[in-house]
Design a protein around this ligand. Sequence first.
Ligand SMILES: *Cc1c(COP(=O)(O)O)cnc(C)c1O
Length: 504
Amino acid sequence: MLEKSSSEQAEPAQAEMPGLEQSLDPQDWGNFRQLAHQMVDDMLEHLATIATRPVWQEMPAATREALTQPLNCQPVGEAAVYQEFCQQVLPYTNGNLHPRFWGWVQGTGMPLAMMADMLAAGINPHMAGFNQAPALVEHQVLECLRTLMQMPVGTSGVLCSGGTMANIVGLTVARQAQAGFNVRQEGLQQQSQPFTVYCSTETHGWAQKAVEVLGIGNKFLRRIPVNNDFQLDLTALGQAVAQDRQAGCQPICVIANVGTVNTGAIDDLPAIADFCQQEKLWFHVDGAFGALAMLSPRLRPLVQGLERADSLAFDLHKWMFLPFEVACILVRDAEMHRSTFALTPSYIAPTSRGIIKGGLPFAERGYELTRGFKALKVWMCLKAYGVDAFVKVIEQNVDQIQYLQQLILQSTTLELLAPVPLNVVCFRYRQADLTPAQLNALNQEILLQLQERGIAAPSGTMINGQYAIRVANVNHRSRRADFTHLVTAICELGAEFAPKFSSI
Ligand SMILES: *Cc1c(COP(=O)(O)O)cnc(C)c1O
């Protein structure tokens, strides 16, 4: 232990200073090993018993208070900080591990992947590239994902932190491919024709972030109306592109959705692919969760056409159930992908032998240089369980949502608010004597009661001005009975709260 009073003079530098040098490894490996085993046991117990706890609970005020203080960095030791984690953090999360959590689109994680993340952090390889075993694992994973998505041989890819980052990487390559000048060098300062990008009004918010950060500007993101199935309206798309060309803009890209965040809508991919081919536009597909339907022979016809994408982004931490964070971007034109990001300063120049032989291919496929070993959890889970295990759960999720849809259609008090093409259903409780505004308020109350009572955790959204309870099922722990339970609870809460809302 380094202990030195501040008044003490520093020793003159010596060749060796035994006892004075420190590392951040445990001081007592034996004790630490015990504690680490305890952590694993506790977490496995937590996962194995997750269904017995409420889906969610409000934090006690004292816990919130403790965690909003300035961080106290007086050393308490490993065991004590673990106790704090168990008491203050572990019980008060979103609830997304629970079988009745269906809010937003939050994955559930898997125990084997959790252990893989520990192993990955343990060996802590730098994943800019470096052609050692970890890089080969990521290459294998990317090649496997490419095959599953039926993209052609030679397609390039990289794992990203999430769908947002994967999509932004895709749109960056689109800008590079379509610019017609050296956009990396010139930026968008000199160009006379503004670039325009097209997507449906149902597109996720990443698209706005992307056009903002790429210098295209939110004003030039054309949000095209949707049809009754919440799919991009192709006639309106054609008109918008023609109008923009006439007005002196340079259309560069159409973003298609495979599974919109609100309703799970899937755009007409073959038609958009054809349109992009005719118009020489980049065809980008946001398949955040929906692209994973491609793994299932039964569901594949719904999403066929995504394999024609110039760039395809999808999450593995949503509908492939892996813990956060991991997503993937695939780019058909590998050289275009590389030339969008490659740079080789001397401090990372490859050598012909040694550790950096083979260069840093992953750093040349995105924004990040230092990257973690996300690939390991994908690799281990795919190998341990096989693709079929994932296919079964994905299909099961769709079947469960069909079942929920049936329950809604059979109910006299529930109303479906949107078509159910995939694994998302939007609906509400209904009573004839309530006004539209009262129904909106009542349904939001029902949703919050479901969450606050720890019964279930759907999320809410607006569908054509109507407040919807939204169930997005990417949960491998859900069972049919959980959906029956949800419907019963909603009908009870509706009956309980409707009188309170009929007067406001
Ligand atoms: C979740 C989602 C995203 C964003 O992905 P993150 O992993 O949250 O960054 C983009 N598009 C759709 C359709 C999504 O559901």
